[in-house]
Design a protein around this ligand. Sequence first.
Ligand SMILES: Cc1cc2nc3c(=O)[nH]c(=O)nc-3n(C[C@H](O)[C@H](O)[C@H](O)COP(=O)(O)OP(=O)(O)OC[C@H]3O[C@@H](n4cnc5c(N)ncnc54)[C@H](O)[C@@H]3O)c2cc1C
Length: 381
Amino acid sequence: MPVRATKRGADRTPLSGDADVLICGASFAGLSVARELAGSGARVLVVDRYEIGERQTSACAAPTQWLRNLGLEDSIRQTFGGLVVHTARGVVDFRMPWTFSTFDYRELCALLARQGDFTFETAKVESVARGDVHTVTTDRGDLRAPLVVDALGWRRVLGRDLRIQPPEARLSRGLEVHPAGTGDELELWIDPRIVRAGYGWRFPAEDEVRIGIGSFDPRDRVKEPTVALARELGSPPDGYQGNWIPHELRPATSEDVFFAGDSAGHCLPLTAEGIRTAFYFGLAVGRELRAVIEGRQTRAQALASYAAFSAAHARPYKWLLNMQHCVGPLNVRGPLVHWTLRALDHRRLTDAFFNTYLSVAPPGFAHQAGAPRRTGAPVAA
Ligand SMILES: Cc1cc2nc3c(=O)[nH]c(=O)nc-3n(C[C@H](O)[C@H](O)[C@H](O)COP(=O)(O)OP(=O)(O)OC[C@H]3O[C@@H](n4cnc5c(N)ncnc54)[C@H](O)[C@@H]3O)c2cc1C
């Protein structure tokens, strides 16, 4: 079990104050927003209920180029040029036109946080009262800021516009274990014997393997299949971690608050890849806010511009969601999944598929504009 570093007891002092920008949530999305505000002169306050990097909730695999372009390559543990997919009928071995890397969550968060310029406090965020200056209530007291970002993950704590209650909400669920071990391949299992509507994975990360199950149906249990897959792979089911994963795009603004990452449903359906999209939309929010701080636009203009930017991605999200809906029905129809994957396994088709998929949130976006980078990120597409 991870040790909680959250301030407790006498250390949990009352908290109040004003900031220009209040970023709620200090993971992929929240820290990306903060990065883009560095050097803007804004008083930026970041709050999270845990210390930065304390609570890993994902298998931590992302396109290598995103990690490089953000100057986060020191957190990389292992890099993969292929994706091995196991089905009930065999194995399909895709060679990708770009690479994926697993990384260390704590180290990545520390590197990303170092690129920002902000004050950090641990506090549990509870609600927001909207105004020209918003008031955000936390378990340590009220915080005030005209610009507020909800990067709090799937619960969308500051959004009253949606009712997000599993299992009714549009959420997938994921659970994984992190036993010690090694491996050379990034592997997926799309096999109804393992999970009906979803997939299993094994992502090696130097000295540990991250083995898990994602189910697109929030009613289906994931613990037993995770334990079973780990056992089948000869690994003990050590170090559980899991979470709900939104699989539908949500409004990116509500009540004059900005939402980025899982809170806005930015995790990609079908693959449940939500780290690079949290970077991508987090950077986008940061750039909008920077323009407000520098007097180049109003808050209302920033909200409208960011909402339009997020909504402009609706098509690929819908497309991936439609494909996600097919997995369960195809999975129970014998060889169909296998033959569909085999049909894709031709160099030009594979390249086209993976390149189109990457273009939903392309790594070059990290370089497009915004705050000066403090670490020496290499310039690449
Ligand atoms: C088991 C599993 C494996 C996954 N593997 C991958 C993967 O390999 N690659 C990939 O791209 N995606 C993966 N995902 C999806 C990915 O983890 C998410 O899409 C991503 O973490 C979203 O980033 P975020 O910053 O929006 O939210 P989060 O990473 O969820 O961060 C939210 C932050 O808000 C804080 N917080 C929450 N509520 C409160 C509150 N009330 N008050 C204060 N702080 C609060 C949390 O402590 C956290 O720091 C996986 C998901 C799961 C469940």
